[in-house]
Structures are given as C-alpha cells and as structure tokens.
Design a protein around this ligand. Sequence first.
Ligand code: 13P
Length: 250
Amino acid sequence: MIVAANWKMNPSFDTAGRLATVLDACSFNPVRRILFIPHPYLMPISERLGQSEIQLGGQDCHQDAAGAHTGDVSAAMLRDCGASIVLLGHSERRANHGEASSLIAAKARQAVAHGLDVLICLGETLGERHAGQAEQVVIDQLRMSVPDDMPQDKLMIAYEPVWAIGTGKVASLDDIAAMHDTITSELPKSQVGAAAARTPVLYGGSVNAENAAAIFALGNVHGGLVGGASLDAEAFGSICDSARAQMSKS
Ligand code: 13P
C-alpha cells in the first residue's frame, strides 16, 4: 500500500515544514508514504526529514536533461534536491499546460534516466464519462504516457477521474474497481518484462479520512493519491492508518 500526498501549489513554507515533521513522527510501517511537494521546498524539507522513511517527490520535470528552458526543472535537479520520484501527467498539467501523453512519456524517460521513480496520472473528464468514453480515454492515456521501455519497478499509476479532483465527489467503488481492472490488464502491453501486474495502481480524487478504508479494500487498489486531505496532518494520518489496516488484513 502506498499513500501519496500531492500538496500542489498550496502550503506556505512554514506549514509545509510542520506537516512534514508531524507526518514523519508517526510510524505507519509498512505503508509507503510519498510527499509530492512544491519544488522550492524539496531541498529544505529533505534536510529537515534526514533519514526519514518518507519519500519526497517533485510535481513535474522537463523532458530534456538540461538547456534553455526558463522556469522549468530537470529530473537531475529534483534528484539532487532530495526527490526520489516525480509525479507526471496530473490532469492539472494536462489541462492547464496542454501536456499530451507523448510529452509525459518523454518526461518519464528522462526521470528514469536520472534515477527517479515515476507516478503517472490518468483520468477522464465528466464529459468523457457521460459519453461512455472513460475506459478508452484512460487506456489511450496509459498506452501513450508510459514509455515502451519503462522498467516495471520504476512505475506507479494513479487513476484520478478529473471530475473527482477537489470536488468532494468520489467515483463509485464499482467504477474504481472496473477502471483499476482495466488499467491492470492493459499494463503488460505497455511495459517491458513479465512483471507488469505488480505495478501499483493508486486511486485519487477526493480521498479523505472517511472514504479511504472502503476504497483501499478494493482488491486492485494499491493506495491513494491525496490532494486536499493531505494538507491536514490528522486526515492524512488517518488515511495512512486505513492503508495499514488494509495491509494487515491481506
Ligand atoms: P483531491 O484529493 O483534493 O481531490 O485532489 C486529488 C489530486 O489531484 C491528487 O493528485
């Protein structure tokens, strides 16, 4: 089980430091915890956490190793500032920055080349779901966003229906289970090696302390990618506890 926080462009530096310290003080073993934090905070929070079990991640990286890309951040810079993973293809980047799946695949290649793990987000809009296209949209995103030569042990996927992000509307348990089945069955075709079934597939979209246990109890859900609730240490701790409880059952 993996519980990942996506802080987006939210916490102040003070709040971020306090959140990281509180979360580090709780032991949630064996739940793997990841914080995707604003890039300027990576180095100071990494220093603050020291040898913590919490993994730090960037929220994006550039597809080139280096160059004239004002305002962008390279995979190597993230790694040098304490990140071991990067979040790619979040729907906010796909929508607000026009990122296509082919670009996300290029970023993933660059991230892996610099020793980072990669969490790639997929998800349909409400219009696509209403039009009966949700599954095809997600399959297409998966096939085009994951590089053909992606090492299996470097990859994680998050299914985040766009209409469930920040809205308080969670996908139904049936819809989550169905989409996670689809993603899991599509993974082997988009990856090298026979071990693709082990790629963790997280759910994201209005996960909170109340609904996490039911979502994590679904067989093919391997954790959550949490936005709003990850800014509240108590709520995030409770979500991690639900993941731990689920692990002790299975
Ligand atoms: P919320 O949990 O606020 O819906 O955000 C989900 C998300 O976008 C995580 O990447």
